[in-house]
Ligand binder design. Sequence first.
Ligand code: MRU
Length: 419
Amino acid sequence: MGIKDIPKTIWWGENEETGRPAVFLIDQTRLPLQGDILACNTYDGVCLAIKSLAVRGAPALGVAAALAVALWSETEGAAIDDPNEYLNRLVEVVDEIASARPTAVNLRWGAERMRQLAFQNADMPLDELRALIVQEAENMIAEDEERNRALGAFGAELLPEKAKVLTHCNAGSLATAYFGTALGVIFAAHDQGKIEHVWVDETRPVNQGGRLTAWELRVAGVPSALITDNMAASVMKNGWVDAVIVGADRICANGDTANKIGTYGLAVLAKEHGIPFYVAAPSSTVDLTLPDGSQIPIEERDPREIEGVTVSGFFEPDSPEAQRAFDALTAKGPYAVPLQKGHQLVIDRKGAAYSFDGWFRMTPPGIEVYNPAFDVTPGELVTAFITERGVITPEPDYEMALAVRCMGCGALHELDLER
Ligand code: MRU
């Protein structure tokens, strides 16, 4: 049991069924009770995975965007011989991928990086350019892990011995190519024997905390307990939290930070209880084009995330009769059980067992729902930003662009964001 047992989130490979390149990813909508791997054979398949949250978390979205551009280049793009036509279409594809979700800036960052690479090398023969694009996208997987390990090491230094930490949503390995941001800090501190306990917010409505963070911490052997979001105030008041550490989807020039809905409330609570509030994110999450958080586009999601619960899992029939009945139901593929009142249940054969995916309404039909996926925490509520280049502490007149307090040497370094 350890961090090494958490699977990789996303990778490039060859689909054995088609003999063609594909992007592979763990379907996070069904974790932890089903561990399906999705093979995306086209870039719009990756876009669909992004929109449906099969792959999610800002740094993972950056990598997914780059791999999606590479996949386009190796499929539809491979049929284009004219360099101008290739580049023009690439620009359209980059834009389409970058628009799949609005809030995490890493998505555009990852796609744009591919566009820039293509235009910088526009005089190359197309075959070579395509190979370069694939190589760069694959490099970004390794780079993302390196960044997370670096920021994890910086963040671990901020924590006291026997630290009791609270985290929100999933800024873990699954939200990145590997290792995690907020959880990267926790994993690094755990390796140093510094973590006594982690409180995991369930993170309604999609439960990334309850499903993903709780699972990662358990796999990695980090002592932790799951709480509902409305319990955070109480555990803070009891003196059971030394630090709050969260990830980020976009950090503006003044430090205003978009992160999973509920983060702002935690920052206010942390201030009230005198608890440091840390944001851990790679520099690819910093958006210096936005002076403050008022212009961050906040994604609104399907009301059904609030109106009901989604469940996924496996079962094995307990008798030959049941086995025959389920075999008959699923003989032609997934079987949608005809349920009343809008509930949904689909059963499918999975090897010797069966999987089920369901959605069950909990609320009165026809109610109005507001479902923003993110909120913005004002920069002044953040004690420090933990990046792969060092820890940025709010100094008088600081700007994300200017100051990085280096944990290595203690000096202020200029933050040179390669955007
Ligand atoms: O909607 P999601 O799951 O893509 O949301 C992103 C997040 O997981 C969080 O906001 C996270 O804390 C920042 S990404 C490491």
